[in-house]
Design a protein around this ligand. Structure first.
Ligand code: FES
Length: 343
């Protein structure tokens, strides 16, 4: 026989939808998300970004109907099976929910290479057991055998490379990033979920200027997007600004300088916020990029990396004339792991 624990943390008069999850029943107040209610009641449920981006909190409604907004960004096949994101689900009726079925979400991939590109960034290449349809710049969730799950953006371009490539920055206290940097070896298999996310290149107007700004391992989606655009014959100028504190963080400097030399419409700018180097710009990447390009009307803008930088640059790009629909962001949201900004 199983017993249920009922959440009594809301005043009895509060109108609330009840959510059953395993042996817990929680009451979500109006405006409260399923994830907030479950965490308040001490339920164990995976999550990361808490804003509908990373897909870590995906769950299944086995009874009741979730609001349509809670299924935003989920593949049609999963939406049809009543999957939803608990972090953006504000229930309007009683629900019974369950964790996702592994077979619906996860596949396996074999690690084929781990290359340490700097003292805290490594490049991981993987081969999926089943073919994946994706765009450079989307992200994958990697799940370790103990269930620890994190999101990483894809630097590989499917029409150019047979492998999936991610860049992992070792973070202070980061369980996954330190494990990947220190322990992950070629030959190991790992669960992958995705790809997901809307920060990628699409052909559209091939003459449209593009501005790409990223810091630290935020370079991963940007180099993928730039290479995808060049492969597709994009003719407009592509300006990429990579920011880090010191020159040791410019972990693909040679590759990017070579791209700059090889393509008349690709322009690479290495930006150091603290170090000195005659071949680099000095200052924060977003400040330098937005000072160089003061009128972004009809530009496409891609912003990736440390969330406050991404949000600030998004606002400033909009004020400089970029249409909101032309600004693509990939903010690296983390859960309680970071005590200092990503470089
Ligand atoms: Fe819900 Fe990230 S999508 S925690």
């Amino acid at each position: 026989m199983t017993t249920s624990s009922t959440d009594n943390t809301l005043p009895p008069e509060t109108p609330a939808a009840r959510v059953r999850y395993g042996d817990k029943i929680v009451r979500c107040a109006p405006g409260e998300t399923v994830l907030e209610g479950l965490l308040r009641a001490g339920a164990e449920i995976p999550y990361s970004c808490r804003n509908g981006t990373c897909m870590t909190c995906i769950s299944r409604a086995v009874r009741g109907t979730v609001p349509a907004e809670a299924q935003k960004g989920i593949k049609d096949t999963l939406r049809g099976q009543d999957y939803f994101l608990s972090c953006i689900c504000k229930p309007t009726e009683d629900l019974e929910i369950a964790p996702p079925e592994d077979a619906d979400l996860f596949g396996r991939a074999a690690v084929t290479a781990v290359d340490h590109l700097s003292k805290n960034i490594c490049r991981v290449r993987l081969t999926s057991a089943t073919p994946l349809y994706y765009h450079a710049g989307q992200f994958l969730n990697l799940r370790r055998d103990d269930g620890l799950t994190r999101s990483y953006s894809l630097a590989s371009v499917p029409s150019l490379e047979p492998y999936l490539e991610i860049h992992v920055k070792r973070l202070p206290g980061g369980q996954m990033s330190n494990w990947i940097y220190d322990d992950l070896q070629p030959g190991v298999s790992i669960d992958i979920q995705g790809p997901s996310g809307g920060c990628f290149y699409f052909p559209g107007n091939k003459a449209q200027p593009m501005l790409l700004i990223g810091n630290g391992s935020g370079l991963a989606p940007l180099i993928g997007i730039a290479r995808d655009a060049l492969k597709d014959g994009h003719t407009g100028p592509i300006h990429l600004y990579h920011g880090t504190q010191f020159s040791g963080g410019l972990y693909l400097d040679d590759t990017l300088r070579q791209m700059d030399a090889d393509h008349g419409n690709f322009f690479y700018n290495a930006c150091l916020s603290r170090g000195e180097d005659a071949e680099c710009c000095h200052g924060r990447a977003e400040d330098i990029a937005l000072a160089d390009h003061t009128d972004l009307s009809d530009w496409r803008v891609f912003l990736c990396g440390y969330p406050p930088m991404v949000r600030d640059a998004q606002r400033r790009a909009f004020l400089a004339g970029a249409a909101l629909a032309d600004i693509y962001i990939d903010a690296f949201e983390l859960r309680d792991l970071r005590t200092e900004p990503r470089e």
